[in-house]
Design a protein around this ligand. Structure first.
Ligand code: PLP
Length: 413
């Protein structure tokens, strides 16, 4: 358009221009297709999958069918769902995920949504444009990129954002982050961790809660993998930690727990006692959700409710055990082949050290060429991931076993 002789174009969000291209999975895909082209008879096994593969629990499918029938009858048809979730689901979450663990969370502190990915990115809207965030390195890239889009990350230089506080998670400290030495406003923690596969001991998490209460920071706690926890010295919810109700927000999802990656249902918990600058973050998120969300479909929420039924719990447990057994096979296979391997006990992920200090991508190529096995280079999750590699347990039992026997044959002593 020409206004007053001047050409004017819409001002765009320049933060997108600063962002590096997200090339990790595209690059993996490119290398695998090239390998398959050159080795047409190769039987490639993918242990890089970050998505569940087992079908939905039958209890959830039944609940969805029943809900769909209700939607098809005038007497039981429903229009827009409530912005924050149906009471039947919020009550079920409260009872099974919190009360059962001795945690007092009210149903109206639970916000049902379509995913922990969208919630953990949108949560940044509660903070000022110049709030400082701290993230683990390596990290689930969503936390970083969503804040970069919001203009909170500064400039991208030498593989890092200038205004983000990176907390290295290294072998020397059990892959756990250390408290930041500078002021931060938002602290993203994810346990059991993706991509590291480790959980956080209770005593460690207590330190973070105390730190956040002392400094006024807010912990953004992603516990999408809590159902994989098998050991006692950690928590399923950060609200099991004393004082967390005044400093933490928790993200949970049915995606990995119940195979809902394609169904889409999650929830975020914001206690009413979480207040910063005299303002309730619970009220802010309520306002945000009622403005931007029109709820999650009735059919989906009935499916999520069915996860808590007796049959649902039985099936979900069996699925998680199936993946955990795969994780055990991966972990023990790697150890017996002489690798260093971490995680995989409270998590579907195993984090391994590459042999002889070779780079993550170099090892990716070696594993593909030598074993026709695909994993994920650790460097794709942050600078501290260099020299590491992630394998996942979301494949079939048969493929997991075959992949590991190939690795043991090639690398074992
Ligand atoms: C898979 C995953 C989630 C779940 O995201 P949804 O949007 O609920 O599917 C959340 N956080 C992490 C770290 C994940 O890996």
């Amino acid at each position: 358009m020409i206004f007053g002789g001047k050409i004017s174009v819409a001002k765009i969000n320049e933060n997108f221009v600063k962002m590096p291209a997200s090339y990790l999975f595209a690059e993996i895909g490119r290398r695998v297709s090239e390998y398959e082209k050159n080795n047409p008879s190769a039987d490639v096994i993918r242990l890089g999958i970050g998505d569940v593969t087992l079908p939905l629990p039958a209890a959830c499918v039944e609940a969805m069918k029943k809900a769909a029938d209700e939607m098809g009858r005038a007497e039981t048809f429903r229009g827009y769902p409530p912005d924050y979730g149906y009471d039947f689901l919020r009550e079920a979450i409260k009872k099974h995920d919190y009360e059962a663990r001795g945690v007092q969370i009210e149903a109206d502190e639970i916000f049902v949504s379509d995913g922990a990915k969208s919630d953990s990115s949108s949560i940044g809207e509660l903070f000022s444009d110049d709030a400082v965030l701290a993230v683990c390195d390596p990290v689930y890239p969503v936390y970083v990129d969503s804040n970069a889009i919001a203009g909170r990350a500064g400039d991208y230089e030498g593989g890092k954002w200038s205004r983000i506080v990176y907390m290295p998670c290294r072998r020397e400290n059990g892959f756990l982050p250390e408290l930041p030495a500078v002021h931060v406003d938002m602290i993203y923690l994810c346990f059991p961790n993706n991509p590291l596969g480790v959980s956080i001991p209770k005593r460690e998490l207590q330190k973070w809660v105390d730190f956040a209460n002392d400094t006024g920071a807010v912990i953004l706690y992603d516990s999408a993998y809590e159902s994989f926890i098998t050991e006692d010295d950690t928590v399923h919810s950060i609200f099991e930690i004393k004082g967390a109700e005044t400093c933490a927000i928790e993200f949970r999802s049915f995606s990995k727990t119940a195979g809902f990656t394609g169904v889409r249902c999650a929830y975020t918990v914001i206690p009413k006692s979480l207040v910063r600058g005299g303002v309730s973050l619970h009220k802010m998120w309520s306002r945000r959700q009622s403005t931007k969300m029109n709820g999650v479909s009735y059919v989906t929420q009935r499916a999520a409710e069915a996860v808590y039924s007796e049959a649902g719990q039985r099936e979900v447990k069996a699925h998680v055990e199936y993946y955990l057994e795969n994780a055990r096979i991966i972990r023990e296979g790697l150890l017996s082949a002489g690798f260093e391997a971490y995680g995989g006990v409270n998590s579907p992920y195993v984090w391994m050290k590459t042999p002889d200090g070779v780079g993550s991508w170099e090892f990716f190529d070696a594993l593909l060429e030598g074993c026709a096995v695909v994993g994920t280079p650790g460097a794709g999750f942050g600078a501290e991931g260099e020299g590491y590699f992630r394998l996942t347990s979301f494949g079939s039992r048969e493929n997991t076993k075959r992949a590991l026997s190939r690795i043991v044959d090639k690398y074992g002593r």
